[in-house]
Design a protein around this ligand. Structure first.
Ligand code: CO
Length: 295
């Protein structure tokens, strides 16, 4: 990997880690969800980094792709809270997530999740089969009496691309795909006391660009310009709710979805309403192992 590129990945990882540590104080039962995400996103901007994707905050059986609407008034409550943060420096992304158990009932589940992530990180090196990563994660989680979410995966990362190519399984799958030197990947096991599957809900607050096409309305053109600057890094609907009226924004987004300009990232929920936890780190595969950028 080019030295310059490596430095950007290390820098975004460092910022992401700092933001994570700083954000842990914000996660309290009486905290408003919207305040928490906006405060964290503000912190990323203060550090002159890019928000690689809207801060995700997923409560209890909500597993992923969850960020509040601009007018959300809900509080965190006594729940199991996942915070997933993406930071980019010149498009070089660090993706990191952690879980806080405010119920006091799921310490063992979080232990299982941390152990699964640690065990996976330990074995990373070039030529390792991704099936081995899934195997280690699944075995670790099951040894604690829980289940991994089988249809959520880690992922390869590239400049401005959050999900590039390879998916990193959280269960033992049949695959001959392997890691290679210089690959950047996010490892993110999800643990549940439910059946271990997520389903898509109808709720959607996150979108990303697919392809640029001409649009007519001024508001739509301006929105597209803002999105374009982010390349394919996801954005939140609420980011535009202060400048575009709700009814217009809904029409614009729907039009862009219909024309395959943008795609929806709908919220995922555990199918059996099980409680879900998540821990994640980003790593660069090196000649003889791996460097964790977010540690
Ligand atoms: Co990720």
């Amino acid at each position: 990997m080019e030295q310059q590129v490596l430095e950007k990945y290390i820098e975004s990882g460092k910022i992401a880690k700092e933001v994570v540590e700083w954000s842990k104080n914000l996660i309290r039962p009486d905290a408003k969800i919207l305040d928490v995400v906006e405060t964290i996103e503000g912190r990323i901007k203060e550090k002159n980094a890019q928000i690689a994707f809207p801060v995700n905050i997923s409560i209890n059986s909500i597993a992923a792709h969850s960020t509040p609407a601009w007018n959300d008034v809900s509080v965190i409550g006594e729940s199991v809270v996942k915070i997933d943060i993406g930071v980019a420096v010149e498009g070089y992304i660090a993706d990191i997530a952690y879980t806080v158990d405010l119920t006091g009932k799921y310490a063992k589940m979080l232990d299982a999740n941390k152990a699964a992530l640690e065990n996976a990180l330990k074995i990373l090196k070039p030529n390792l089969k991704i099936s081995e990563i899934g195997k280690v994660i699944e075995e670790t989680i099951k040894s604690y009496g829980y289940k991994p979410i089988e249809n959520l995966t880690g992922h390869q990362i590239a400049q401005y691309v959050l999900h590039a190519g390879l998916s990193i399984p959280n269960v033992h799958i049949n695959s001959n795909q392997t890691l290679t030197e210089d690959m950047v990947i996010a490892i993110e096991p999800f643990v549940t006391n439910g059946i271990g599957t997520v389903i898509e809900t109808n709720k959607c607050e996150i979108y990303s660009l697919m392809q640029i096409k001409p649009v007519r309305m001024t508001e739509e053109r301006n929105l597209l310009k803002d999105i374009e600057a982010r390349k394919s890094m996801p954005f939140a609907k609420r980011w535009f709710s202060r400048t575009i009226k709700e009814t217009n924004l809904n029409l614009i987004l729907q039009d862009m979805v219909n024309r395959n300009i943008i795609r929806k990232h709908r919220m995922f929920r555990e199918k059996s309403d099980g409680i879900v936890s998540q821990f994640e780190h980003t790593v660069i595969i090196t000649k003889d192992g791996a460097v964790i950028t977010t540690l």
